[in-house]
Design a binder for this molecule. Structure first.
Ligand code: NCD
Length: 305
């Protein structure tokens, strides 16, 4: 089924029929990956523009393109880019759109992805715009929840850590808003609560959520989505130092519980390594799901699904 959009900048633009078909095509891509890939995107070029650090997102986008037989051109590192010379996002995208068939971009400014999509001559995918959105992470999170729990409807989802600056939890909350009988528990220090853009959205849709600073509120949920305190977003570094060690999830309270533990990674102390051995620790499986989900998106946006 064709997607309802040409560019992906925010999970708010997705319809349920889009997420259903992305999840279905991603499952097909897992079978393609088992045989090492195919050549459906031969002669297609992905431009991968990363103006902020990335390991997983960039490598999984590039892997996804290569596994489908396509090629990748890349510009990473602020200092090597024309952004450094003062070029606008609009001009950069207009230029890169002359070379590539599809573009993914990570950029430190919230809203930069919408500006890019407004001028992009080829399909554009937001790979993270500052504290704004990270829609492909949310899609792989959704795919992971579906695989781990065999359903999405009816789940109680806890999100913990830096809910203020963490773009992954913003994108995932909007996306889960497409499903039935979802409820949320938002766990953070009061300085890092979920922004109004998310809580207003949930209120408008009548989706229940609780807010607390107690990690224990998550132990009886279906999913616990932990996040890193986003050091790079703090204007005052001492504030980061004060808040960074607020939560550390350990294995003990999770023993015998069914809560699926997720994290977009990197973790920097908020999940102890003893959690890794629990069968419910899903974060390394979650990472793996980034490739088939991004293969699905690239193929669908290039009409090759
Ligand atoms: C996340 C991001 O970049 O927003 N990482 C990722 O894409 N896997 C989360 C983070 O950096 O904390």
């Amino acid at each position: 089924m064709p997607l309802s959009f040409k560019h992906l900048t925010s999970t708010k633009q997705l319809l349920r029929k889009d997420t259903d078909s992305i999840v279905q095509v991603a499952a097909e891509m897992e079978a393609v990956l088992k045989k090492g890939g195919d050549n459906r995107l031969a002669k297609k070029v992905l431009a991968s523009l990363f103006y902020e650090p990335s390991t997983r997102t960039r490598l999984s986008f590039e892997t996804a393109m290569l596994r489908l037989g396509g090629s990748v051109i890349t510009a990473d590192g602020f200092q090597f880019s024309s952004l450094y010379k003062g070029e606008t996002v609009e001009d950069t995208i207009t230029v890169v759109g002359q070379y590539a068939d599809i573009i993914c971009m990570r950029h430190p400014e919230q809203g930069s992805a919408d500006r890019a999509a407004a001028v992009s001559p080829v399909p554009f995918i937001n790979a993270g715009d500052g504290p704004g959105q990270h829609p492909t992470q949310a899609l792989l999170d959704l795919f992971t929840i579906q695989k781990e729990r065999k359903r999405i409807d009816g789940l109680k989802i806890a999100m913990a850590g830096d809910l203020r600056y963490g773009r992954t939890v913003h994108s995932l909350s909007f996306l889960l808003g497409l499903y039935k009988d979802i409820s949320f528990v938002f766990i953070s220090p009061k300085e890092l609560t979920m922004p109004a853009k998310v809580t207003d959205f949930l209120q408008e849709k009548g989706i229940p959520f609780e807010e607390t600073d107690k990690l224990a509120a998550s132990y009886d949920c279906d999913v616990l989505y932990m996040t890193r305190v986003q050091e790079e977003r703090f204007a005052d570094h001492s504030e980061y130092e004060r808040l960074k060690n607020k939560y550390c999830l350990t294995a003990k309270p999770l023993k015998g519980k069914k809560v699926t533990v997720m994290h977009p990674l990197p973790r920097v102390g908020e999940i102890a390594t003893d959690v890794d051995a629990l069968p419910t620790a899903a974060y390394f499986r979650q990472v793996r799901n980034g490739v088939p989900v991004r293969m699905a998106l690239l193929a669908m946006l290039l009409n090759a699904a």
